[in-house]
Design a protein. Structure first.
Length: 77
């Protein structure tokens, strides 16, 4: 397992869990549709790694590095 922040552009992954971080971030991620077992695709990663743009449930989202680091994923080939 790895975190979303460690993936590169074009990678696909399945969300395993959202780690216990700040409760407000966790609620926000769940409200945006990032839930366990959902598949997402990394679209772009900024040169310094912040933000990370992903496609999930038909939407494009940009996440800060600290938010992406809270999401544990399993990479899909």
């Amino acid at each position: 397992m790895t975190t979303l922040s460690q993936l590169c552009a074009g990678d696909r992954a399945r969300v395993i869990r959202i780690s216990q971080g700040a409760l407000s971030y966790r609620r926000r991620l769940l409200a945006l549709g990032i839930t366990p077992e959902i598949t997402l695709t990394v679209l772009r990663v900024a040169p310094l790694g912040d933000p990370v743009q992903i496609a999930v449930r038909g939407s494009h989202l940009s996440l800060r590095h600290c938010e992406a680091n809270m999401i544990e994923v399993e990479q899909i080939q």
